[in-house]
Design a protein around this ligand. Structure first.
Ligand SMILES: *Cc1c(COP(=O)(O)O)cnc(C)c1O
Length: 485
């Protein structure tokens, strides 16, 4: 039988520390006392908090076991579409942890943190070069925060032209944060449908674009993993009516250094450093969503901005049209250091190559699995491909059943039921960092699962069989989490 990486051996149970603790156990030996004992202040006397009493090995085993219940990209393939869960080299973490960076205080005088200021200045230049834009801010803390920044920039731009506009066009293949960000900024999102090719038709945009519309938000590549091939025409239609084009660049991993976003008409673009540029994510840790703009939007960028004057770097508030501050201090600087380190360690050619490999891997999976699963749009994809459970419906097996089974085979499930335009979607993004052997094992696992769906559907309805937790009531788990164990 083929060996899959799924759990086959020990899965250890682990009680709460409070259940494990025993009176009088200790994990720490106090140094011998060399002063006379002193009675405690009354305010400190009493029983103190209810901490469990544990030996060192109790604590080590407890946390080691808990860590083994988790799954991350360091454990195995994590092909979560629209998320770019690629492996992030550890050297970037190490650079960000260097004491000169990690201990720098955000209130330091500019003269005492020239290194970090230079790093931020250079990183802006790198991102500008990679995207083909003209200026950037590193402040926004996430992709959606970048979108909000972009919408505030749109608003400031239109106000400067003396015409506040009220609507934003958002295609059905945009990321869900796009309409939310537009609405948060007071715009009314206007939906347009993608065509039967899974991309936007210029005519559909022309039909809704008018002089009350501030612009359009385009996710490119879109959430079907397809490149918006009509983007030039669409940008021209929007620009002709005085609107602006927002590019959601969270999927930059497919097009790093390859697509010149300025040339295809994008006015404002955000990037997710915590997807494409070496910050691990998924655990809710800090991220960064820098925003790049074309020259005509530069005056509105958030302050402070890093500027270079006579060979020195300074933070300047001196931009009178700025939309103001988006984040305390200068953004999540640790994330910026990792991106800088990643970009330098890769170099221009390898950044492009990473994108080429990400696209190649996704197309390889698409081709290998398109006879096994229904392929929503049968055309070359970018960094991810979208299948559905249509071919498994006769066996009453759903996408959810199949990805639960995938966990038994040792893989993190792909994104499911998104994008919404594909019912029962199974959205796979392998990224460039997976080796061919691992991708082949993943493909074989999904083929084996499709065979099980046909021959033994009950197995899939009961999956996962080998995981610590079986099926959760996901709605209740999200709405009423029990965090105490
Ligand atoms: C992840 C993602 C976002 C949102 O990014 P956050 O950092 O989670 O706010 C926006 N758009 C696209 C296309 C994405 O994939």
């Amino acid at each position: 039988m083929k060996e899959y990486p799924g759990a086959t051996g020990l899965i250890l149970n682990e009680p709460l520390l409070w259940e494990k603790g025993k009176q009088g156990r200790s994990g720490f030996s106090m140094p011998r006392r060399d002063v006379a004992p002193q009675p405690l202040d009354d305010r400190l006397a009493g029983d103190g908090p209810d901490f469990p009493q544990l030996s060192e090995i109790d604590v080590v085993r407890h946390y080691t076991r808990l860590s083994q219940w988790n799954f991350g990209v360091d454990t195995g393939m994590y092909p979560l579409g629209s998320c770019t869960m690629k492996y992030n080299p550890k050297t970037n973490e190490r650079q960000a942890a260097q004491p000169g960076f990690a201990r720098a205080h955000p209130m330091l005088d500019d003269d005492l943190c020239q290194g970090i200021l230079q790093l931020m200045y250079d990183l802006e230049q790198f991102l500008i070069e990679i995207t083909g834009m003209d200026a950037a801010t590193l402040q926004p803390a996430a992709g959606a925060h970048g979108e909000l920044t972009g919408m505030l920039l749109f608003h400031a731009y239109h106000k400067s032209k003396g015409a506040a506009r009220s609507k934003i066009i958002v295609p059905d293949t945009a990321h869900g944060t796009n309409p939310a960000s537009a609405a948060l900024c007071g715009y009314r999102p206007v939906a347009v449908k993608s065509n039967d090719q899974g991309i936007l038709a210029p005519e559909a945009v022309a039909a809704v674009m008018d002089e009350q519309t501030a612009g359009i938000m385009v996710t490119n590549p879109n959430t079907l993993g397809l490149f918006e091939e009509n983007i030039n025409k669409i940008s021209a239609i929007v620009h002709a009516k005085g609107g602006l084009v927002y590019g959601d660049g969270a999927n930059m991993n497919a097009v790093m250094g390859i697509v010149h976003m300025g040339q295809i008409g994008i006015d404002v673009l955000h990037l997710n450093l915590h997807k494409t540029f070496a910050t691990p994510h998924g655990g809710g840790g800090p991220g960064a969503g820098p925003v790049c703009v074309r020259r005509h939007l530069e005056p509105f960028l958030p302050v402070p901005r890093v500027i270079k004057q006579k060979g020195r770097y300074r933070l300047s508030q001196n931009f009178k049209h700025s939309i103001g501050r988006l984040h305390a201090f200068y953004g999540n600087v640790g994330v910026l250091i990792k991106a800088y380190s990643y970009i330098l360690s890769m170099g221009a050619e390898n950044l492009k190559k990473a994108s080429q490999l990400a696209v190649l891997n996704a197309n390889y999976i698409k081709e290998k699995l398109k006879d096994t699963f229904h392929l929503a749009y049968d055309r070359p994809c970018m960094h991810e491909c979208v299948f559905s459970d249509k071919l498994q419906q006769p066996y009453e097996v759903t996408t959810l059943d199949m990805v639960k089974r995938l966990m038994d085979y040792g893989f993190h499930p792909p994104t499911i039921y998104f994008p919404l335009v594909v019912p029962g979607a199974l959205m796979i993004e392998p990224t460039e960092t997976e080796a061919k052997e691992d991708i082949d094992l993943f493909i074989d696992s999904l083929k084996a699962i499709a065979a099980e769906a046909r021959d033994n559907p009950e197995l899939l309805h009961a999956a996962p069989a080998r995981c610590r937790r079986k099926r959760l009531d996901e709605t209740t788990a999200a709405r009423k989490p029990i965090l105490t164990g």
